[in-house]
Design a protein around this ligand. Structure first.
Ligand code: ARG
Length: 598
């Protein structure tokens, strides 16, 4: 099924062709109801090209538009905007055409799969395995999971790559420390357990700072590891395995799937990066590849030092060592050449903006990434404390992600016990296990939703009171909205999955407004899959939930369960069902599972 936006675009394109103008119809949803539901902004640009008056062009487009079945006669406004107002009969027919959901978990609510499925890499989460995951890893994990879900749902093949930091000098220190405090690891690496990774790291670091011979031992361990010494390698594997186990406890709780493929995986390919670059340098085939002060560099265009000199991306340091850029170039080779990705999305904080800009420019400059491959840094701002300061424990340490999740769940429990309206109070009919499951779901959903509803690039303050509020743009509100609709089905004594096929009837303004919002889901999904901004979806879902409240409101809306005649009752129940299905699907794309009863 084509979305309203697609239909209007196609029709307007045809009208443009009839006035011999090849132009993008520039259709978008209107910001203000005054201007109808959608508007076409193409007339101004076309007028310029044709040397005509914009309003005349707008009139010519309208004269050639065949659109009666969809809209009221379009209106021309201002300099030449064309405003479209959808007809209720069209809305009703579109909604009626959405197929029923035989299986809710596979429900697409009428959305078609992508026309051109791609291979996409989403680089997400990617903590450093030397330490335990901390609050700073929340955003990449949650946003990355959402982006991956959206692209998977669209029908792309998605590689969810957890690019963990598992290589580098820190590991020398950690392995040396491990041998001192747990010597048995040498014989039985598989049995290694480190309860508290964070204090383990702190101890190792303290020893490293205090003891010169330990520093020497750490250096030797790195050399042994990097030259492939089997014992060093086995202990390193045991350590990484144990650290990843901690990560996966969190991923499991958050419902995030990913493939662990850390920096070490690209170790061999880093040699290849250098070989290829040396070849480009020596053959003179690419003048952007040069040595600078003993380091092997790529000089992508447009990057300057503060002094205005060309800024290099250093790929091999003057001491012969590799760095973050080397490893990311090797990773790119793997993703483009082995995985065959045509879109690579890095979900990494904005503090790495320049790294990615230079990496992308350099990779294109040396020709390893061609024009058909899109590279995107989906950068995001920081999560701050409630006071707006960097997130720290009282003692100034980093806060473990696990502790943050536990806090949210504990708070969710209080909210549900103290504030939930009587009809959704869990104690009424749920057992202790079920209550625990509900609070875990609500607490984690609240954290995720609160993170995703902020514009990606802005910082936001972690605020449990706001994020768990039962009113407003929050997970509890959305989950409640869903559970409430499902309970309407139970009260009406019907199974939504078995709702008889009946016409959709749209009469009341609250009904029409809800219908329009429901149909916008396809447009919103298209924008989401293109721009990958999760708050586009949360904003939409929040609007939808609010319009549903109005629709179901005793005063402002319509009767549903006891509506007469029966066709009207069925039509309204169908709107309820469609709303629940869109909410359910939308929330699932955010990584949030709905609950039937809260
Ligand atoms: N491990 C890195 C860090 O903690 C993030 C890696 C992001 N991904 C990448 N391909 N560079 O900063």
């Amino acid at each position: 099924m084509q979305s309203v936006l697609q239909l209007l675009t196609t029709r307007t394109k045809q009208a443009l062709a009839r006035i011999s103008a090849e132009a993008d119809p520039l259709i978008q949803a209107s910001q203000d109801e005054k201007f109808g539901d959608y508007q076409c902004n193409a007339a101004m640009g076309v007028a310029k090209k044709l040397g005509r008056k914009p309003r005349d062009v707008a009139q010519a487009i309208v004269d050639h538009l065949a659109i009666d079945d969809m809209c009221e006669p379009p209106e021309i406004a201002g300099p030449g905007f064309i405003n479209f107002r959808l007809r209720p009969a069209f809305l009703a027919a579109q909604l009626a055409a959405i197929p029923k959901a035989a299986d809710l978990t596979a429900d697409r609510v009428g959305l078609p799969p992508a026309e051109k499925p791609e291979v996409v890499v989403v680089d997400l989460s990617s903590p450093n395995l030397a330490k335990e995951m901390h609050v700073g890893h929340l955003r990449s994990t949650v946003i990355g999971d959402c982006v991956a879900r959206v692209l998977e749902f669209a029908g792309h093949t998605v590689h969810r790559e957890n690019h963990v930091g598992d290589w580098g000098t820190q590991f020398g220190m950690l392995l040396a420390h491990l041998r001192h405090v747990k010597p048995e690891v040498m014989e039985r690496p598989d049995e290694l357990v480190i309860q508290d990774l964070e204090s383990f790291y702190v101890e190792a670091k303290a020893r490293f700072d205090a003891d010169e011979s330990f520093r020497e031992e750490s250096r030797q361990t790195v050399v042994a590891l990097q030259s492939g010494d089997p014992t060093a390698r086995r202990i390193w594997e045991a350590f990484c395995h144990e650290s990843l186990r901690h990560c996966h406890d969190i991923y499991r709780r958050l419902g995030v799937r990913l493939i662990d493929r850390g920096e070490s995986f690209y170790n061999g390919l880093m040699m290849e990066v250098v070989r290829r670059l040396e070849h480009l340098r020596d053959s003179g085939a690419n003048d952007a590849v040069r040595d600078s002060e003993g380091a092997l560099c790529i000089f992508p265009e447009g990057f300057k030092t503060r002094e205005g000199e060309p800024l290099p991306l250093i790929v091999r340091k003057s001491d012969g060592g590799f760095n973050y850029a080397t490893s990311d170039l090797a990773t790119l080779i793997h993703r483009v050449e082995t995985l065959g990705a045509t879109r690579i999305v890095y979900v990494v904080g904005l503090s790495q903006k320049q790294h990615f800009e230079m990496l992308f420019a350099a990779a294109r400059k040396v020709g390893w990434v061609g024009p058909r491959v899109r590279l995107e840094h989906l950068g995001f701002g920081n999560m701050l404390s409630k006071a707006g300061t960097p997130f720290k424990t009282r003692e100034g340490g980093t806060v473990k992600l696990k502790d943050l999740l536990d806090e949210a769940v504990a708070r969710a429990r209080k909210v549900i016990e103290d504030q939930a309206p009587d009809d959704i109070r869990p104690q009424r009919n749920l057992g202790a296990d079920q209550i625990a499951a509900v609070t875990e779901t609500v607490g984690l959903a609240a954290i995720k939703y609160f993170d995703l509803c902020h514009a990606l690039s802005s910082d936001y303050r972690f605020d449990p009171d706001i994020m768990l509020n039962l009113e407003g743009n929050t997970a509890p509100y959305m989950l409640y909205a869903y559970a409430r609709i499902r309970s309407i089905g139970r009260k009406a004594g019907i199974d939504f999955a078995e709702l008889p096929d009946a016409a959709v009837i749209l009469e009341h303004p609250a009904e029409i407004a809800l219908a329009k919002k429901l149909l916008q889901f396809a447009d919103v999904f298209e924008i989401l899959a293109r721009e990958l901004k999760p708050n586009v979806l949360t904003d939409y879902l929040y609007d939808l939930a609010k319009l549903f409240s109005r629709f179901y409101d005793k005063k402002l809306g319509v009767r549903v369960i006891d509506a007469t005649p029966d066709e009207l009752r069925l039509s309204r129940l169908r709107l309820c069902d469609l709303t629940a299905r869109v909410l359910r699907l939308g929330l699932s794309l955010l990584g949030i599972s709905t609950i039937e009863q809260m």
